[in-house]
Design a protein around this ligand. Structure first.
Ligand code: FES
Length: 63
């Protein structure tokens, strides 16, 4: 794992990689739309969208 878990992905809502990962797992979120509904993440500036999508993919590609 080369990515830092504490790296902030969404600056608008101050959410780190780990925060987003935990949220995806706890609430069983499967899409960027689900994540946005829960957290409003990506809905402010949208700059974190790519990062959130990659976290989403990595969560579900891991066994
Ligand atoms: S960085 Fe996530 S909405 Fe702006």
């Amino acid at each position: 794992m080369t990515n830092d878990d504490n790296e902030i992905i969404c600056f608008c809502f101050n959410l780190s990689r780990k925060d987003i990962e935990n949220l995806i797992k706890e609430k069983k979120l499967y899409s960027i739309e689900d994540i946005s509904k829960e957290t409003r993440i990506t809905l402010a500036c949208g700059a974190c969208k790519e990062g959130v999508i990659s976290i989403l993919n990595s969560v579900y590609s891991k066994k």
